[in-house]
Design a protein around this ligand. Structure first.
Ligand SMILES: Nc1ncnc2c1ncn2[C@@H]1O[C@H](COP(=O)(O)OP(=O)(O)OP(=O)(O)O)[C@@H](O)[C@H]1O
Ligand SMILES: [Mg+2]
Length: 503
């Protein structure tokens, strides 16, 4: 008998049939992956299971018995814990407070026992080998560390069913490896896990079975020992996705982005060039300083030294608006920082950085603006009938696409993309790579930050490997390998930059 059995589940949001009669089952001690394109209904099913949203139809059985789940409290009572795709932690709360929420220890005087709270928190974190300081505020931790706190909480509550909705999208490599260990421990302890991820390698490494949804419907379930990634991709997108990366050479022209001696409080000095028609990728471990370099170029953080030229002209922006005026665009890595206006329509969000393009003599050319927005949406495989929906009604990956569409429409000479395909499904990844290639061929200079090594190598002409705030290697993408990049990124390979340093 299955530990968990979902049958005939349906859910409609207005005109969108998010789930149509789907099923899913989970055994004890099993990792069961749930896959599907952005908007396929994965998070919706998990929110139903966790009692966050109400289903229109269907049954949830646990150990064969009907479970009445209508609220998060009901779900917890049935031993269901969920790590949501978008973390909603309270930034002012400490780690210890978060971990004892609802059952705070008190002293014999009835006051909060902070020492006890810290001890308990340390013990809970210790079970997943985390050494996060319980007194730190959640808001001061990286997304990855906040996620570890959530996982520690689920483990400490002895969950029988644990849902992980894209848990590694924001984790560093080291954090992801820790998470894999925790998953192995929980599996051995008989916990059933539902694992949502767009990363193929990870799914094959971790999961026993996979179920695929497409457009809110159930497509199939298979054992990962019996089916390959190509089969699953075909189930997901209804067609085969041939060669993710193009390898036709591009012609590089004059330098559009020139950076010399650029430094901020945490990084640099850094020198780099990106030419018209070139795609340059910054590789490196999370925390190596790539995002900081992008923010210094973009005027989002203060420079301590160095200078930047855009197409030969000095660019010294005091804020992002200044950088945009100089011809630089940046798509940030964290969706929450992407400046998406969640209550506003997709059209407004995509058009907002290009408003002047569609105004003549004070009049907005609405039809033209809409057509341009729809064209970008179509290129990224966003459903065109979502154009008037508020952005908050989009799935996680589709919000990422909307943020990207805004900058594709803006038409900047220098475009910086920080983890542009994080959380994006494989079909859309292919489209994003094609857009990047098209932009480069149209003479733009593209600087991409990517932690996905096959992607970083596959889409770029050159790779700049960063480590500890410096560029430690420059590699030709056609002549390098994942191994070589990792050797530089981790500092295993001696580099010109650090062998020359005085002992
Ligand atoms: N609150 C809501 N209001 C309206 N539509 C919604 C709402 N929540 C989800 N949807 C729609 O339901 C569908 C399923 O979304 P869901 O978030 O479950 O996708 P997903 O499979 O998790 O995708 P992703 O891989 O991008 O996270 C999408 O079309 C989405 O736009
Ligand atoms: Mg989702």
């Amino acid at each position: 008998m299955s530990l968990l059995h979902l049958e005939g589940i349906s859910k409609r949001f207005g005109a969108t049939m998010a789930l149509n009669n789907v099923r899913f089952d989970l055994n004890a001690g099993e990792v069961h992956a749930l896959m599907g394109e952005n908007g396929a209904g994965k998070s919706t099913l998990m929110k139903i299971l966790a009692g966050n949203i109400e289903r229109d139809a269907g049954s949830i059985r646990i150990d064969g018995a009907e479970a009445d789940i209508r609220s998060p409290r009901d779900a917890a009572r049935h031993g269901i814990a969920i790590i949501h795709q978008e973390l909603n932690t309270v930034p002012d709360m400490t780690v210890a407070e978060n971990l004892s929420l609802g059952r705070e220890p008190t002293t014999r005087f009835g006051t909060l026992d902070r020492a006890m709270m810290d001890t308990l928190a340390r013990e809970k974190l210790g079970r997943i080998h985390s050494t996060i300081d319980p007194r730190r505020k959640l808001g001061s931790l990286s997304v990855g560390m906040q996620q570890m706190v959530e996982i520690a909480r689920a483990v400490s509550e002895n969950a029988r069913v644990l849902v992980l909705d894209e848990p590694t999208a924001a984790l560093s490599r080291a954090e992801a490896l820790e998470l894999y260990k925790v998953i192995a421990q929980m599996r051995a302890a008989g916990v059933g896990m539902i694992y949502i991820s767009h990363r193929m390698e990870e799914v094959w490494q971790l999961a026993d079975r996979v179920t695929v949804f497409r457009d809110g419907t159930y497509v199939g379930t298979g054992r990962l020992s019996e089916i390959g990634p190509a089969d699953v991709v075909r189930m997901m997108v209804g067609r085969t996705v041939a060669d993710l990366y193009h390898h036709e050479p591009r012609q590089a022209g004059r330098p559009l982005l020139t950076v010399r001696g650029l430094a901020g409080p945490l990084v640099g000095p850094v020198d780099l060039d990106v030419r018209a028609g070139e795609v340059v990728c910054m590789a490196g471990l999370i925390g190596s300083g790539r995002t900081e370099v992008a923010r210094l170029i973009f005027g989002a953080d203060d420079r301590t030294q160095g200078h930047v030229n855009i197409d030969g002209r000095p660019s010294m922006p005091s804020d992002p608006a200044g950088a945009i005026a100089d011809g630089v665009g940046l798509v940030p890595e964290n969706r929450k920082e992407q400046g998406l206006f969640l209550d506003h329509s997709v059209e407004d969000n995509v058009a907002i950085s290009s408003l002047d393009r569609f105004v003549s003599r004070g009049v907005i050319r609405r039809k033209e603006r809409r057509a341009a927005v729809l064209a970008e949406m179509g290129r990224l495989r966003l459903r065109l009938n979502a154009v008037d929906l508020p952005v908050k009604a989009l799935s996680g990956g589709n919000q990422q696409k909307a943020a990207l569409a805004r900058w594709l429409l803006r038409d900047c000479g220098v475009l910086i993309l920080d983890e542009p395909t994080r959380g994006v499904d494989i079909g859309a990844k292919r489209e994003i790579y094609e857009q990047i290639d098209n932009l480069a061929r149209a003479g733009k200079a593209i600087l991409v930050i990517s932690s996905d090594l096959p992607e970083a190598i596959g889409i770029s002409d050159r790779l700049l490997v960063m480590r500890e705030g410096r560029i430690v290697a420059e590699l030709k993408s056609s002549q390098t390998s994942e191994e070589e990049v990792m050797l530089y990124a981790t500092g295993t390979m001696a580099t010109a930059a650090n062998t020359g340093a005085p002992a």
